[in-house]
Design a protein. Structure first.
Lengths: 527, 1073
């Protein structure tokens, strides 16, 4: 009897346990596309992820450390990079491989943001947003951002595959598009985005993509392909919007005092969070990751508008040894770079005394004897990695210089806008107007605008693309990288020997991961 | 019992199935020669029945483990039934007539023996006792002879195991019965009732092995099963049970990659890597899946490894990586036994860096700078002052390796009490282990209690009620690193890393200054990465974990041979993770300005790892002998639900069955099947079936083998079966997005299902001369539907998801040998060893070869081969002059790479596989000696040739682009134009091209390690002493390592952040009452 009892209990237990849905377990913390995309909050959050790929100036997103343009200067002739967190030092010495982490991550992440943008565009219409214009504006923002990521990939890796919708597994092995197709795609996408975007946002939304940002991207796109007519047209649209102007003080542009200036076309909010810690000298308890090179320092004119090279060898030697000799240099030098012996925030920077806290060449100190001052605001001194300054991705002065350059390159160097805008930029910085008795030919003006670009926009990111456009890698990224003059030897410190391969180094390598996962992909030449 | 078969007919029939022509000896070969040898009783009975034409039937279990001295039965010509009957009485067997010339042998049931009269002394009194076996539920043993040592008096237990006899204080009682180990007991005090349990005495064939859902005698097994001796753990400073599997069994590769207290678990690979999803075997403790490292090894009764499909298929979809069954100790009926085991000792790192001094470092850095066309950093005068040590504040010379402590304590205390009576038994064990790390603020301790009880509800129902609670507490330096908040327990690795990166030119601490009384000025470096400052001011990260387990297992013996077993198990794991750091601002000693990264207050604590698990199952176990046929059939059902965190749920529902069949102990067969349904997969893909079959032939039981009396066992085995492996994350069959921002969290593969693992095994178990056991196995294991995570094209930005696309094979051979001998009464020894060879081969991958870091996975290649450039050694000036292909910027003294494709340049396409990173060969030897009261034991294990890569600062120490790096003494052998036959490339400030993966940095990582060397002394105790055992011992764990690798520890490998394995010297005591 008891045995029957037990058997019955056993069977009952078993049946109770045999719930039919025991093996069906849905992911409790995630959802699906058909259940989401409902509210404006959803759209704002999803669009936020598309925005999050915009670059910062110094370390910002620990998951995407390479998306940092001031540190990327280490891949150009502007600085020597020595950081414990990235690999820019490999670029100027020819040590980049197809497994270079920065080249891999940039490629992978930017396509990730492109997918986010595609998915946004595929789903956002479903959500309820009371203001229909706002909803379509969200769509236009995603579209413009998608174009921006394509533009960056194009400038870094050459013509790349266009991705205009979220690819499924069967479509994933895409091929490269031609340059014409890529340019066409970016440009038309931007054109279409412009229609849904405002020229000006309210104060809390100024970081969003505006009409001006789209035109500015078109300027960059056409400058990169040498299509100066279209570049001029797009630049004129930026200027024609009438919402941008040059901030009165160059130095202030990169300080808290210059926040919200009229020059910002596209910026990364808070993108300079760690600017102080990463770039200030070791004696400030900081890292000095980027050390400006002597060649950049030597590009700044004298206060009279002469290059130090044209002053003759004696003066050159004096300025070489003391760049700020008698404070007679382009004020942008003092605003951008700290020099040996300078007293900054009460500390005398002394790279050439043994056991000085700023001794040159030791770990986490300057490697050239120079330091970046741009965006290093004394207000961050007590909070060296918690700054809140924005990083300007595109600013008006850059577009004006692009415009001027396009005029010069397309033969319209006598257009009054050339000298006009150059003067506006130079005068704003405290420099004299262009000496038209010297700069009156296409080639002289080309020389001038290139110099202006380098000094005006130092460490801000465009230099990498300018070197590629002007094909000057073999001139500026070859041979010894020099630092400041060591008073003990009277000679410039040699930091390293740089190597540039003109058949290869104008493009980054397509990452090895991509080459092995996409059978249709072609590697860039030389890699 | 209706069908009883005559002996020979069936035997011949099955023999035909197996027979190998020409192998058969002339039938009926006589076995009357070799004097010393004994033969199995069953064999003798079979022979006799043939000779006499009697039908002698028996239950093979009754004849187990009983032997006949061959010399005593040289001639049976004159034997009749009576003589046989008398003969069998010696074996507690009697004959029962069941027909004409037909008899059944059954266990002898004696009549109760009357107590001897009270004639031998006035102090005598009556002692009643009962002798029990150690089975569950516990049963009586009949026919045990109980005698008083040195006296003629004796008694025999009755059918219920009871005996009575007159004893006096101090009498030594001896309990003996054939098939059981003799036991002694001393009569003490007022004792009038005595319960004694006798353990079965077994030889290799009769060892009971824990198998899936049951236990089997080894001789009935046709599948490949290994048992692991607990001696490798007992009394050894083994901090995690997984370490104890090292050198435990063939086919099991155990590797410990860190010695960090609390994180020093070893990884276990059974018969090669058969999956890209890891090699973790399924570990069941008393039937439920569990992390074996939570088990206190002093509670472990047995560890069994199920290696082939026939053994493991009853665990189905999770058994692809092999199965490890752990059984915990249970009490036996009798007076409570108290055991106290303790050891304490010191740990010494097996490997420690030897950095160059500051002046050398400065010189090297200068040289490196100059080598790349840069300027020297340190002036000759500053190097000279540093070398003079005259100005240690401005010119320090710090040896950061001093942060690593040479001796750190470790200890374990374990106390257990076990005992019980014929209705309830218990075993209670408490254990405490504590250990300090070689880096300050690194500690680990664990306390655990296990209470195993068995209660007989009725004569045929027993309930096992087991409880376990364990608390582990691991403390490490808190190391925020770059991110400032996460990285709770990774602190030790960071600090170790900084010991290698902090330059010797940075001071540890400055003297105090009156400006800030009580404030310590640390030498600053980087983001406040002075390792000493980090340890002193960086706070701690602590993780505390509690595990509790309830395991209820009723067992109802419905009729003899038919058991119904239920199991309900519930485990809950819960913990807390704390980070505690006080704010600290680093002021520069000279300027009094803040420097580096300040430490902020970190006071965070929160629950972690809250996980739950339940198991509910039942199975029926039926054993029956029909004449010479023995069948054991098991069938059952179970369901399991795992909550690995607050949300995640994993459900598994299973049905399984297994049949063991044997005929005359000679012909063996196992059939197994399991069906598993898993919530990991989409509907329609959930259920899988895993069948298996094994056959075995015990040749030693055959007549033609009778002349080879030195062969005690010769069993051939063959098996084939299917297993599964489902080590993937949950919900991957669904496409999901994040609820916070709509980003994708998984791109579905609705077709995903488990990996299929087919294993074929051919093996043999051989016992010769009774003492030499040899086990041989060959296996072929093939994984199909192997789960890979193919890398989608980067443009698609699809999330990598699992797909059943790959295929892989493992082939291997294993040999285990053990031999035990008694030279004299005072000298015994036992030696065993094993060799395993396994080779993996990837048969199919998703698409192209998969290159991941320094490894390549390619079709036709082994698992995880090193991949990189082939080195042609260091480039010499003549190579440069001759124009050999080099990478941009390379000069003499750099590592030369081979231009494999001959295109006159070095590029990605010149890379090639550079050899296996997983050892193919591993081996072990175990030796135990007993000399008088001393015992000596040692274990050596090792691996054969395998690539070992020097990475990071072990390869190229200097790295001014990164966190820095200080070279070690052995790295001074670098190339210079004057020293061109150096072992290392020229100095450069950053590794550059010399840091590429190449054969230059890959060396042979083979090693042999003496795992332990223990010497013990057991005190000879008076029989009447209440102390039953007292042994003291010393043990050296990992005392010696033999390897060509000197730069790092060859077992834990790794670079600067790796915590090496410890050498541990302990002293211990074993005591039992």
């Amino acid at each position: 009897m008891r045995q029957i009892y037990l058997s019955v209990i056993g069977i009952a237990l078993c049946l109770a346990a045999c719930k039919k849905d025991f093996l069906s377990r849905n992911n409790p913390t995630a959802t699906t596309d058909d259940k989401w995309w409902n509210t404006e909050t959803d759209l704002v959050a999803a669009l936020g992820t598309v925005y999050s790929g915009l670059p910062s100036g110094t370390v910002y997103d620990y998951g995407f450390l390479n998306n940092v343009w001031m540190h990327r200067s280490g891949a150009t002739d502007e600085t020597v990079f020595r950081g414990n967190f990235d690999d820019w030092q490999d670029y100027p010495v020819g040590a980049v491989t197809t497994q270079e982490y920065s080249a891999y991550q940039t490629y992978q992440k930017y396509y990730g943001y492109i997918r986010s943008a595609c998915r946004f565009l595929e789903h956002y219409q479903k959500a309820y947003v009371a203001d229909a214009d706002k909803k379509s504006r969200y769509g236009s923002e995603a579209q413009a951002l998608r174009a921006w990521y394509h533009l960056q990939l194009f400038m870094l890796y050459g013509p790349i595959p266009i991705v205009s919708h979220s690819l499924d597994a069967n479509e994933q092995f895409v091929k490269r598009n031609s340059q014409e197709e890529v340019v066409q795609f970016i440009s038309t996408q931007l054109d279409s985005a412009v229609a849904g975007l405002p020229a000006v946002y309210d104060l809390s939304n100024t970081y969003r993509i505006s009409k001006g940002a789209c035109y500015a991207m078109q300027v960059q796109l056409y400058m990169f392909t040498g299509d100066y007519a279209n570049a001029i047209a797009a630049a004129k649209k930026v200027i024609g919007l009438g919402v941008y102007g040059l901030h009165p003080s160059y130095a202030q542009l990169f300080q808290y005092a210059g926040g919200g200036n009229s020059e910002e076309i596209l910026y990364k909010p808070g993108g300079q969070r760690e600017a102080f810690f990463r770039n200030a000298p070791k004696s400030f308890g900081c890292q000095a990751c980027n050390s400006p090179t002597q060649s950049l320092v030597n590009t700044y004119e004298t206060l009279q508008g002469k290059t130090i090279q044209e002053l003759g060898p004696d003066s050159l030697a004096i300025y070489n040894a003391n760049p700020e000799y008698n404070s007679n240099r382009d004020p942008r030098l003092a605003a951008s770079i700290a020099i040996p012996g300078e007293t900054w925030m009460g500390t005398r920077l002394d790279p050439f005394t043994v056991n000085s806290p700023d001794q040159i060449g030791i770990a986490q100190s300057t490697f050239t004897g120079y330091w970046i001052k741009k965006y290093v605001d004394p207000l961050d001194r007590s909070n060296t990695y918690g700054g809140t300054m924005n990083f300007m991705i595109i600013r008006y002065a850059e577009i004006l210089l692009d415009y001027v350059e396009a005029l010069i390159e397309s033969g319209q160097y006598q257009d009054p806008d050339v000298v006009g805008y150059l003067n506006a930029i130079r005068n704003r910085a405290g420099m004299p107007s262009v000496d038209v008795s010297v700069y009156n030919t296409q080639s002289k003006l080309r020389e001038l605008v290139r110099r202006e670009k380098m000094v005006e926009l130092s460490f801000e990111g465009p230099r990498l693309y300018d070197i590629r456009r002007w094909k000057i890698g073999d001139q500026v990224l070859n041979g010894p990288a020099l630092g400041a003059v060591d008073p003990a030897t009277g000679k410039n410190v040699v930091v390293e020997q740089r190597v540039f391969n003109t058949t290869r180094d104008y493009r980054w390598p397509i990452p090895l991961t991509e080459m092995t996962s996409n059978r249709n992909m072609e590697q860039n030449p030389g890699w | 019992m209706r069908t009883m078969y005559s002996l020979s007919q069936w035997g011949k029939g099955i023999l035909l199935l197996f027979i190998v022509a020409g192998f058969a000896y002339p039938a009926g070969a006589q076995t009357n020669n070799s004097g010393k040898n004994s033969i199995e009783l069953s064999r003798f009975i079979d022979r006799l029945s043939k000779e006499k034409n009697w039908k002698l039937l028996y239950n093979p279990d009754d004849l187990d483990n009983k032997y006949v001295d061959a010399s005593s039965i040289t001639s049976t010509r004159d034997w009749d039934i009576d003589k046989l009957s008398a003969f069998l009485r010696k074996y507690n067997l009697q004959l029962q007539r069941s027909g004409k010339n037909s008899y059944y042998l059954k266990a002898f049931v004696p009549t109760p023996v009357e107590a001897p009269g009270k004639t031998t002394g006035h102090e005598k009194r009556l002692l009643r006792g009962r002798v029990m076996n150690t089975k569950e539920p516990s049963g009586p043993i009949a026919g045990v002879s109980v005698s008083i040592k040195g006296a003629a008096a004796g008694a025999t237990t009755d059918g219920e195991g009871y005996f009575e006899m007159n004893v006096r204080d101090g009498d030594q009682l001896e309990f003996s019965s054939i098939g059981y180990k003799t036991k002694e007991s001393v009569v003490t005090g007022e004792q009038v009732n005595l319960i004694i349990s006798l353990e079965e005495s077994v030889n290799a064939m009769n060892t009971v092995v824990v198998t899936g859902y049951s236990q089997q005698k080894a001789k009935y097994l046709a599948s490949s099963v290994s048992t692991i001796s607990t001696d490798n753990a007992n009394n050894k400073p083994v901090t995690q049970l997984s370490q104890a599997l090292q050198g435990g069994a063939t086919g099991v590769f155990v590797n410990q990659s860190s010695g960090l207290p609390g994180s020093d678990v070893a990884s276990i690979t059974i018969r090669g890597v058969g999956s890209f999803q890891g090699t973790n075997p399924l570990v069941l403790v008393d039937g439920v899946p569990m992390d074996m490292n939570l088990v206190d090894y002093s509670t472990v009764e047995s560890i069994t490894v199920l290696k082939d499909a026939a053994a493991a298929s009853v665990y189905g979809a999770r058994a692809g990586n092999g199965v490890i069954l752990i059984t915990t100790k249970r009490g036996v009926a009798g007076k409570p036994v108290v055991q106290y085991n303790s050891w304490t000792g010191e740990q010494v790192p097996t490997y420690k860096p030897h950095f160059v001094s500051a002046p050398v470092y400065m010189r090297l850095l200068n040289e490196a700078q100059q080598n790349v066309g840069g300027d020297a950093i340190y002036s000759p005068s500053s190097i000279a002052i540093t070398a003079s040590h005259l100005d240690p504040i401005n010119y320090p010379d710090t040896r950061w390796s001093d942060v690593i402590r040479d001796y750190t304590p470790i200890q374990q205390q374990s106390l257990s009490v076990s005992g019980g009576n014929s209705t309830a038994r218990f075993a209670l064990t408490a254990n405490y282990t504590s250990q300090d790390g070689m880096i300050a603020r690194t500690t680990f301790n664990r306390a655990s209690i296990r209470a195993n009880t068995s209660v007989d509800l009725r004569k045929n129902i027993v309930v096992f009620m087991d409880m376990m609670v364990t608390r582990t507490q691991q403390t490490d330096p808190y190391s925020a690193g770059l991110t400032g908040s996460s990285g709770a327990v990774s602190g030790v690795g960071q600090v170790l890393g900084w010991i290698y990166t902090a330059p010797p030119t940075v001071i540890t601490k400055y003297p105090n200054k009156p400006a800030r009384p009580g404030y310590t000025y640390y030498g600053t470096y980087g983001e406040s990465w002075n390792p000493v400052a980090q340890l002193e001011r960086g706070g701690i990260a602590q993780s505390i974990n509690d595990q509790s387990l309830l395991n209820l297992r009723p067992k109802w013996t419905i009729i003899p041979g038919l058991d119904l077993k239920g199991q309900f198990s519930y485990q809950v794991t819960s913990g807390v993770s704390k980070q505690n750091r006080d704010a600290y601002i680093f002021y520069d000693y000279f300027t009094d300005q803040p420097t580096g990264r300040a430490y902020t207050d970190v006071k965070s604590a929160g629950p972690s790892n809250r996980a739950g698990y339940y198991y509910l199952g039942a199975n029926m176990d039926y054993t029956r002998s029909f004449g010479f046929h023995r069948i054991n059939a098991i069938g059952g059902y179970s369901q399991e639900l795992t909550n690995s965190d607050a949300w995640t749920e994993l459900a598994l529902r299973s049905v399984f069955g297994k049949i063991y069949y044997s005929y005359r102990n000679k012909y063996l067969m196992e059939l197994g099947i399991r069906g598993d349904g898993s919530s990991l997969f989409a509907q329609g893909k959930r259920w899988g079936t895993f069948p298996s079959m094994a056959v075995g032939w015990n040749l030693a039981g055959e007549n033609f083998m009778q002349s080879l009396t030195f062969v005690n066992q010769l069993k051939l085995r063959a098996s084939y079966g299917m297993l599964g492996n489902n080590t993937i994350g949950p919900y991957l069959y669904q496409s999901t997005i994040s609820t916070s921002d709509g980003s994708e969290t998984s791109n579905a593969n609705p077709d995903i299902t488990w990996e299929h693992v087919g294993i074929m095994d051919i093996g043999a178990n051989i016992t010769v001369l009774k003492k030499l056991d040899i086990t041989l196995d060959y296996y072929y294991k093939k994984t199909t539907h192997m789960i890979l995570y193919p890398q989608p094209s980067l443009e698609s930005a699809l999330l990598s998801g699992p797909a059943n696309v790959g295929s892989m094979q493992n082939k291997g051979v294993e040999m285990a040998v053990s031999y035990g001998g008694t030279i004299t009464k005072h000298f015994m020894f036992n030696i065993s060893g094993g060799v395993s060879y396994n080779r993996t081969r990837i048969l199919k991958l998703a698409a192209n070869p998969l290159v991941s870091g320094d490894y390549i996975y390619r079709e036709g290649g082994e698992m995880a081969e090193f991949y990189g450039y082939q080195s042609r050694g260091l480039l010499q000036q003549k190579d440069i002059t001759a124009g050999v292909p080099i990478l941009a910027g390379q000069v003499a003294g750099d590592i030369g790479y081979v231009d494999r494709n001959g295109d006159q340049k070095i590029s990605d396409s010149d890379r090639a596989p550079l050899g296996n990173s997983i050892p193919r060969l591993n081996y072990f030897t175990n030796l135990t000696l007993y000399i008088g009261n001393f015992d000596i034991s040692t274990l050596v294990n090792g691996i054969g040739k395998v690539g070992l890569e020097y990475t990071s600062r072990t390869a190229n120490p200097l790295n001014t682009a990164g966190n820095g790096g200080t070279p070690q003494e052995f790295q001074l052998d670098y190339w210079t134009p004057q020293h061109t036959n150096a072992s290392r490339p020229r100095l450069t400030p950053t590794p550059g091209n010399n840091g590429l993966t190449s054969s230059f940095w890959i060396t042979n990582g083979a090693f042999a390690r003496i795992r332990y060397l223990a010497v013990g002394y057991s005190f000879k105790l008076k029989p009447v002493s209440s102390l039953k055992r007292l042994r003291v011992y010393v043990n050296a764990q990992n005392p010696f390592t033999f390897s060509g690798v000197k730069a790092i520890d060859p077992e834990s490998r790794g670079a600067e952040g790796t915590y090496p394995i410890m050498r541990v010297y302990t002293f211990g005591v074993n005591l039992s009452l």
